[in-house]
Design a protein around this ligand. Sequence first.
Ligand SMILES: [Zn+2]
Length: 604
Amino acid sequence: MDETLKTELVRQGTEELQNKDAWFPRDSNGRSFSKDWFYIHLDNGETMLRTWLVFSPVNNAAYCFPCMLFQKAKWKSSFGKSSGFNAWRKLSPRLLEHERSSYHLSAFTIWKELEMRLHKQETIDAAAQLAQQMSFEKWKAILVRILDCILYLARQTLPIRGHSEDLNTDGNCGNFLETFKLLAKYDPVAKQHLHRVQRTDGYIVSYLSPQSQDEFINLLGDHIRTVIFQNIIKAKYFAIMFDSTPDISHTDQMSQVIRYVQIEDSGVHVTESFIDFIQLYRKSADVITKQICDKLQADGLKLEHCYGQGYDNAATMAGHISGVQKRILDMNPKAISTHRWDILKKHVPIRVKRSCNTRWSSTHEAVCVLAEHTEKIIDALEALRDGPEETSETGERRVGRRKKMDGENSCDAGLTLIQETSREQLEAIDQLQAEIKKRTTQMNTLHQRFAFLQIQTLLDTKKDDFIKKQIQHTCAQYPELNAASMLTEITRLRDHIILYKEVNPDEQVANWSALDLLRWVYKWKLQESLTNFVVTLRIFLTITVSTASCERSFSKLKRIKTYQRSTMSQERLSNLAILSIERDFNVDFNSVVEKFALIKSRRI
Ligand SMILES: [Zn+2]
C-alpha cells in the first residue's frame, strides 16, 4: 500500500469503513460477527466505539485499521493481514488480546500521529486560504479607492499626473496623488496604505505609480465601453455618428458616437454614447469608410444593424463625407443618413420648421421662418462654414476669400461697402440654399418612411389611405416588418389610445412625440400586441440623429488634450474622454478590480 493511499485513508477516517450496520453471515459452525464487537463495554455501563475495528462484508472478515496500514511485517496478526480475522469462535479472546498488544498500540500511535499531522496541515491550509482571502479583500478596498480617485479626476477633466510623483517630498505631486492624500486624511484604508507606501519608500507594490494610473484609466474606459456595446447589441438597431476636428497637435480626431434605443424596466431611453476618438491619417472617402467599418467590426457591432448614419459637420470632411455616406449606404442600404439642424437652431431664435410634404401650409411656415430670420440663418451657416471643425483645406479657402474682401485684391478695389456686403450676402444665401436642399432631401426620405408615426396622423381615420400606402413603402425598405400585421396593429393601437384618452382626459395625447408613444406602449405593456409598430418606432428613433453628441466630445477633447498634455497616447485620450463624457455611468468597481486581478494573475 503506497503512502498516498494510506494518507488518504487516514484523512477519510474509519467511520465509513467499519460497516457497523452490515449483515453478518454465519460460518459453518453457525457463528457470526456481531455489531456488539464494535463497542467496548465500560464498567460503569457505558459503551465506547472501537474506531480501529472494521468489517468487510465482501470477505466476511474483521480487520484492524491501523495494523493493516502501519503494522510491521514481523508482527503481523490476523487482524492486520489481507485475509482478515474470521475465526469467530475465538474472536472474544483474540480481539482483547490484539487490542492490548504492543504492536497494535504502536500501529495505533502511528495512525493517530498521522491523523493529527493531517488535521494540523488542513488547519494551516485553511488559515493560509483565509489570509489570502483577507489580503484580496484588503487590496480590493485599496484598489476601489484608487479607481474612484482616477474616475473623479477624469470626470472633472483634470490632469491626473504631476511633475513629481514622489510621495515623500513636500511639493505638489500631481492631482491623483494629492487627491489620494486628501482621502487618506479621512479614510483609514487609504491612510494605512499611504503610510505603508511612504514608510517603505516605494519598495512595496503601491498601485499609485504613473504606470498603474495608466492601467486603471484603460481598465475603467474598457469597462464602460464593454457595457455600452452590450447595451447596443441588446438594442439591436443603431446609428453611427462620426465627426472630426483637429486637436492641439494638429492631428485630426474623428469622434465616434453611437445612437440606440434602450428599453429597460426603468423605461425607454434614446441614448447617444461616445465610444472613441479615432485618428484620421488620410482624408479620402475610401480610407475613412474603411476606418469606420474596421472600427465597428472591432467593437463587435454589425454593419447590417446600422440603420442610420450622421456626419455632423459637412465642412469637416469636406467633399469626402458624401463619399463615405454613399459607400456605407452601398454596403447597407438601410443605413440612411440624416443631418443635424442643431447649428441652425442655435442661431435662429425660433425653430426652423420642418418642411412637410403632406401639408402645404407647413411648407409656407417653413419658408416664412427663413424669410424672417435670414440674417440669423446666414450667421448660422457662417458658423458652419467657419467653425473650428473645418479642415485646413477649407480654412485656407476662407482666408483667401477674406483677403479679397478686405479689398487687397486689385479687382475688388472698386467695390463699395454696399456692393461688397450684398455680394457676401448672396454668397451666404447660395450656401443656405445648398444646406437647406441637402437637409430637405434627407428629411424627405425620413418623411416618406416614417410620417405615419406622427400621433395626429395615426389617430386620423381620414388618413387611412396615406397610412396604408406609407406602411407598404416602409415595409418594403425593412424586410423585418410585415405590412398586413402592421395595419391591424395600427387599428388596435387606435383603440388603445382612444380608451386611454377616455380614462385620462387631461393627457395631451395629440402632442406626443414618437418617443412618448414608445414609452407609453412599454408603460402599459402593449408591445406584444404591437410588435411591428414597436420595431418601426425603434428604428425611427435610432436613425433620427439629432443632438450634438460629437460636439460635446470635441469640447472634452479640448480640455483633455491641452498644450501641457499634447503628447498623450490615443488610448489614454479616448479613455479619459469616455470617462468624462459618460460621466453618469454607474461604474461597477468590483468587476473592474476582478478584471485587474485576472490580468495580474495571468502575468505571473
Ligand atoms: Zn491492531
